[in-house]
Design a protein around this ligand. Structure first.
Ligand code: HEC
Ligand code: HEC
Length: 397
């Protein structure tokens, strides 16, 4: 049986997934420096744990573990295809990689370093490269002495204000003083950047290194896939029936998967465009928030962004409660390119295979834990054949 022919809209939708030329075009020397720093274990206090220890280039920049560390309880995301991303991290508390990298760098259970120690490593081993790109490095011994573990506190009064707003049945169950105090420290990078704000030279240094890391990371793209090759053939002869463009790794079954993806299964609602994500936030009902595991998802990201991320932090959160509620347990929509290689899945690594992911979506009971509808809420009613076709499609990306 021939595939249903594509009309103009169908063709436009299909081609909207085609990879785009790079958005940013960082200088090659910046990318090269970032690449070397990324792979250098000397940046960590144990002299071994580089960024690549978790974001392993041979594993599509993931680690294959359920969670990166026992304490962080977060799955390591791939770094492929972040060019053009509007937010990073699962709760989107950072907008830019150059600000985000300081988190794993200083986190005690990750690289356990300090900005001063970063300065010493970079000047000792990359002094010349740094000088050529950014000019004279600062005197590392003049970095402020900040206690080993900076515990970023919420601004004075902020916690009280959040709690006051939280006197709402839905929120009150999970937002408590202890919980808030606990999560204030989950993003140690913010604490450092706040502490360094009054020291222009060290701050500029940390940002320069961040710029190099970011340049390298946004240059990373998934290898051209079977789906890309198929799109390339469609582009050449858009008027021909799609089956003419089928070929190695993208055939009838993958095509049926694609049709489900943009049709019956509604995946395209959230996973669209060349990166298969618009970086928006949804609760898929897997973010169980309890007192002991206060993962407020995007709600926490918003609070952190506002209270600690900006220099204009005030003691009263300006985010309407409705917004916080709606974003409770929501996480960033993940891109899907190269997805077959980055198991396990979801922010907490709780789903081991793409089959498990499909089973979860098929149930369609998103956002059950917070009672806030966000995303789909009805069963997809996929047949086993349809489920398999969708997985084959995902594998072709
Ligand atoms: C111990 C493992 C580990 C190490 C080491 C590590 N990361 Fe990560 N990385 C993670 C985890 C886990 C996340 C998810 C964090 C979150 O959502 O809060 C992450 C998220 C990221 C993200 C955001 C990706 C996205 O799509 O949201 C970037 C960028 C990143 N890391 C870069 C780095 C850089 C640069 C370094 C080295 C300075 C580094 N990481 C070191 C585990 C690690
Ligand atoms: C309502 C929005 C929404 C819809 C609809 C949706 N997704 Fe997702 N998807 C997300 C979000 C949000 C995440 C990240 C969830 C997490 O990390 O816990 C995600 C994650 C995934 C992941 C795991 C990515 C990873 O690296 O861990 C896969 C695979 C996936 N989606 C495939 C699909 C497929 C296939 C469909 C259609 C059946 C679909 N999605 C429909 C929002 C959506």
């Amino acid at each position: 049986m021939a595939a249903k022919p594509l009309d103009g809209n169908g063709l436009a939708l299909l081609l909207s997934f085609a990879p785009e030329p790079p958005k940013a075009d960082p200088r090659p020397e910046l990318v090269a420096l970032g690449a070397r720093l990324f792979a250098d274990g000397r940046l960590a206090s144990d002299g071994r744990t580089s960024c690549a220890a978790c974001h392993d280039p041979t594993r599509s920049f993931t680690d294959g573990r359920r969670t990166a560390t026992p304490t962080a309880r977060l799955n390591t995301p791939t770094l492929l295809g972040l060019d053009g991303a509007t937010h990073v991290t699962h709760d989107g508390r950072y907008r830019r990689i150059r600000d985000q990298y300081i988190d794993p760098l200083v986190a005690a259970d990750e690289m356990g370093s300090t900005p001063a120690s970063l300065c010493r490593t970079v000047t000792a081993h990359y002094g010349q490269e740094y000088r050529l790109i950014f000019g004279v490095p600062p005197d590392c011994e003049k970095f402020p002495k900040i206690p080993e573990r900076v515990a970023p506190a919420w601004p004075a009064g902020f916690q009280e204000a959040v709690l006051a707003t939280a006197r709402d049945p839905l929120w009150a169950r999970r937002v408590t003083r202890e919980g808030l105090a606990g999560v204030a420290g989950y993003s140690p990078g913010f604490g450092w950047m706040k502490a360094l704000a009054r020291f222009p030279e060290p701050r500029a240094f940390v940002q320069n290194v961040g710029e190099a890391m970011e340049a390298y990371i946004i240059s990373l793209r998934a290898a051209p896939s079977a789906f890309d090759a198929f799109l390339g053939r469609v582009k050449k002869t858009p008027e021909a029936p799609v089956e003419r463009a089928w070929g190695d790794g993208f055939d009838r079954e993958e095509w049926e998967g694609y049709e489900l993806f943009v049709g019956k299964a509604r995946c395209v609602q959230c996973h669209f465009g060349p990166r298969f994500t618009g970086d928006s936030f949804f609760n898929l009902g897997r973010s169980v928030n309890t007192l002991n595991d206060l993962r407020l998802g995007r709600a926490l990201g918003l609070l952190q962004e506002e209270s600690l991320g900006s220099s204009r932090a005030t003691s009263t959160p300006k985010i309407p409660l409705m917004r916080l509620r709606g974003m409770t347990g929501a996480v960033r929509v993940t891109g899907l390119r190269g997805i077959a290689a980055t198991a396990p899945y979801l922010w907490d690594g709780s789903l081991a295979t793409l089959d498990d992911v499909m089973a979860h979506y098929d149930e369609g009971r998103f956002a059950i834990d917070v009672g806030v509808p966000s995303g789909a809420t009805s069963r997809l009613e996929l047949t086993p054949t349809e489920r398999r076709a969708l997985i084959r499609f995902l594998e072709s990306l």
